[in-house]
Design a protein around this ligand. Sequence first.
Ligand code: HEM
Length: 135
Amino acid sequence: MPRLTVWMVRAALLQLGIGVTLGMLLLSTKGGLLDPRFWLLLGSHIELMVFGWLMQFALGVAYWILPRHTHEPRHGNTRLGWVGFVLMNAGVVLILASNWIPDLPALHPVGRLVELVAALALVWVLWPRVKAFGM
Ligand code: HEM
């Protein structure tokens, strides 16, 4: 497994753990066990589950599993892949921060922009490797 995949899967699992914990708190809130203010965690739960976990896990595993190039670098532009990984997690952190710092409204659009650039960078690396075997 390439090192980038190791880091992406670890980061994804970490965020799965935190996201599920928030999900359990939300479920308890829905059941009336916790103060309704716990609903404030919903945005963070969605962010961690959709971008931090699902998207990061899918792209990280794709980087490992898609057909490799026959020439070096066999996984494609590795440096751009690392940029995508760092930006993806920076974007998630910015969106989480924006949920808790309403006085900085720019955090949210900046976070989404960073996530978009991250996704584009990773797709740019992966796209040429989406091909039939033997091609
Ligand atoms: C891959 C796993 C998961 C993903 C992608 C995910 C994603 C989401 C999304 C997108 C929403 C917003 C739904 C809406 O507003 O209509 C949501 C809400 C919620 N999630 Fe998750 N979630 C996941 C796992 C979990 C788990 C494991 C729990 C509980 C242990 C949980 C508890 C909740 C609760 C309580 C809500 C609020 C539902 C409501 O509005 O009544 N989620 N989740």
